[in-house]
Design a protein around this ligand. Structure first.
Ligand SMILES: [Zn+2]
Length: 234
């Protein structure tokens, strides 16, 4: 929120990003469109689509005494309207939209225990080059929205994106996997010792990006991982 915002608000009244009707300035989606976004109800479904993507992570390994992957879920089913909303948050310099959606999701899920015993909210990092171009990491704003409801801390400094990768959306599944290999690095793993972290992203498609984050995290002793995404593709 800049000092110019009230002025801009007068010049450009807020419009719902889906239906373009006028909305309250703090909302960027009207109540109608928000209500109609397709919920997955993953918070109530163990073994949901997101958990299926990562369930192999808990197959027994020699030194693991406890499961590493705890739970996962996506708030929305990715469709045209969800794409419009996420795209607007990402590319039209409206990080407040991502924050708003994060807080909406958290309000709907908090009573189901999905955020219980999480220590840190961790946005999937973007490369410094992309951060410089876009000005912000959309997933960090999703985390801020979740944090506003759950009061959990957001950690944006422990895991780094060290490989500047082409956009995943233009690649095939196997190219996606290759694209994000060794893309992440954790310089000081001890920070996450004994922590339960919630990795947060905007869209999960094949899960390749999150999987490569998890690969970096699993060597950390007694670190447990859960995953939250705003949306998941079919
Ligand atoms: Zn609308």
């Amino acid at each position: 929120m800049s000092i110019l915002s009230p002025v801009l608000e007068l010049l450009y009244p807020s419009l719902c990003v889906v239906c373009h009707r006028g909305v309250d300035s703090y909302n960027t989606l009207c109540d109608d469109c928000l209500r109609k976004l397709p919920r997955t109800e993953h918070q109530l479904l163990r073994g949901n689509k997101v958990e299926q993507l990562f369930d192999d992570i808990n197959r027994p390994r020699k030194n693991w005494r406890e499961p590493r992957f705890v739970r996962g879920g996506a708030w929305l089913q990715y469709d045209d309207n969800v794409a419009t909303v996420i795209h607007a948050g990402k590319f039209f310099e409206r990080p407040e939209l991502a924050q708003y959606l994060g807080s909406q999701a958290a309000q709907e899920w908090i009573d189901t225990g999905f955020f219980d015993d999480i220590d840190l909210l961790v946005p999937v990092p973007i490369h410094p080059h992309r951060l410089r171009d876009r000005g912000y990491n959309q997933s960090e704003y999703i985390c801020r929205g979740i944090a506003a409801v759950t009061h959990l801390p957001v950690d944006t400094t422990t895991i780094l994106r060290v490989k500047d990768t082409p956009k995943q959306s233009q690649l095939t599944d196997s190219e996606r996997q290759k694209n994000v290999e060794h893309a992440f690095h954790i310089p000081e793993p001890v920070i996450w010792h004994k922590k339960h972290i919630l990795l947060v992203d905007d869209v999960i498609t094949t899960g390749a990006t999150i999987r490569n984050c998890i690969k970096e995290i699993t060597p950390i002793r007694s670190c447990r991982i859960s995953v939250f995404s705003l949306s998941v593709a079919r």
